[in-house]
Design a protein around this ligand. Sequence first.
Ligand SMILES: Cc1cc2nc3c(=O)[nH]c(=O)nc-3n(C[C@H](O)[C@H](O)[C@H](O)COP(=O)(O)OP(=O)(O)OC[C@H]3O[C@@H](n4cnc5c(N)ncnc54)[C@H](O)[C@@H]3O)c2cc1C
Length: 297
Amino acid sequence: MYPAEFEYFSPRTVDEALDLLARYGEDAKVLAGGQSLLPMMKLRIASPRYLVDVNRIDALTGLSRVGDRLVMGALCRHADIAASPLVREQLPIMLDAANLTADVQVRNRGTVAGSLAHADPAGDWPAALLALDTAVTIAGLDGIRTTPLNEFIVDSYTTQLGANEMVTEVSVLIPQPPCGGAYVKFEKRAGDFAVASVGVQLELDERERCRAVAITLGALGPTPLRARSAESLLQGKSAANDLLGEAARLVQEEAQPFDDTRGSVDYKRHLAGVLFRRAFAAAMDRARGRHVATLHM
Ligand SMILES: Cc1cc2nc3c(=O)[nH]c(=O)nc-3n(C[C@H](O)[C@H](O)[C@H](O)COP(=O)(O)OP(=O)(O)OC[C@H]3O[C@@H](n4cnc5c(N)ncnc54)[C@H](O)[C@@H]3O)c2cc1C
C-alpha cells in the first residue's frame, strides 16, 4: 500500500527542523530511520501531511563518552551501538538490545531516539534503557530540556514530546565496575518483536552482594516497567538460588501482560520469570568479568 500524500522537508539544522515543526504542528512528523513511521504510513495508521526528515542534520549524529555518560545523537542507529567498543566493554545490556532488535536492514537505519519516541510497549530500547540511568534531551523553540526515560514515556505509543519538539540526544550513565547487565527477549521468529523481555543491571559490592539492581520488563505492560519489589528483595543481598526463585515470583506478579496474538497472560507471566532468571545469571557472570554473548532464544 502507498502512504497518503505528504510534503517532504530535509532541514540541515535543528533550528530549521524546529521551525518546520512549529509551523505545521500536529500535521508534521519527524522522520528518522523510518523503520516504524514508514510502515505505519503505508498501512495508513499514520498520515502526516508534512515529513521533517532529520537525517541530514550533522549535529544529531555521533556516539561518544562525555564525562561519566555515553551520549548518543538522535541519529545514532541500532548498528552504531552494536559497533561501539565502549558499549561492548561497559554496557553489554545495550549490546544485547542492539543485537536483538529486528534484522540487519532495520538495525542499519533505525535509531535509538526514534525507538524511544515511538514508545512501542514491545520495543527493545525502552525496556533495556530503563534498566540504566537514561536521560532524553528534548529541543523546542523555547529551549532544551532533559528528562529521565521513566518520565519520558507516559503510555503505550505516548511520550512527553510536544508537537513542536524533537529528541536531540539520549544519554546513559556508564555504570561503575564491578557491574554487569543483560537484556533477554523471547520472540516467535528471529527478528520479531518481543513476546516478553527482561533487562537486569547489577552493581556488586566486595562480597558480591547486589549494591544496586534494576529489573525491567518489556512487552509485559502498557509501557516498560521496573519490577520494584523484586529489586527491593535483592538489594544488599547475595543471589542465592531460593532468593532468586522468590525474586522471579515477584517479577511474574509485577508484570502486567495482556492477551494478544503473541501469547496469553499466563504464558507471558511464565516467560517473565524464566527470562528474569536468564538475564540475572548473564548479568552476574558479566559482573564477575566473564564474557557472555547475547542470548538468542
Ligand atoms: C521489520 C521490522 C522489524 C522490527 N523489529 C523490531 C524489534 O524486534 N524490536 C524493536 O524494538 N523494534 C523493531 N522494529 C522497529 C525499529 O526498531 C525502528 O527503528 C524503531 O522503532 C524506530 O526508530 P526509527 O529511527 O526508524 O524511527 P522512525 O520510524 O523514523 O520514527 C518513529 C516515530 O518516532 C518519531 N521520531 C523519530 N525520531 C525522532 C526524534 N529525534 N524526535 C522526535 N520524534 C522522533 C517519529 O516522528 C515517529 O513518530 C522493527 C521494524 C521493522 C520494519
